[in-house]
Design a protein. Sequence first.
Length: 175
Amino acid sequence: MLWLTDSFEAIRDFMELGGPVLRWIAITIFLMWVLIIERLLYFRSSMKVMSADIHDRWEARPERRSWNAHMIREGMISRFSQATNASIPMIQTMVALCPLLGLLGTVTGMIKVFEVMAVSGSGNVRAMAAGVSQATVPTMAGMVGALSGVLLVTILSRRAAREVEFLEDSLTMDH
């Protein structure tokens, strides 16, 4: 139980070291990962059910050659594509937002350094160090968040495109 208390204290100290912008970065990374996990769970369960349902409904149609049948097929594929790609643009936005929030942390930390220099001159190294840490920690956290998300959003995007293409290929147009 002691290790849990130590972990919380270390996280709290790290959050204080990075300043208020680090909290926004943490919230953004948390939400990004919630959406990533949601998509991974969707790919493992609901997507397969939806794909099988669309395939069964299409194959049960007695007629699949007319213009109306083509439009129904396109609508089914479009709904599947929309459901499969649902959260991916939001994840991509959060991946792009992480480094920008890190840059905001850098700017606010440097402003703190300049305020210390203006008030006490350049001799107060301890006060300047707090501003420097507020400038560098959010930058690092933003980059780590973006890097952790960029790999998974690429995997999710490719998987979604592959699944839509597979469904499109499996809906035959004969009969």
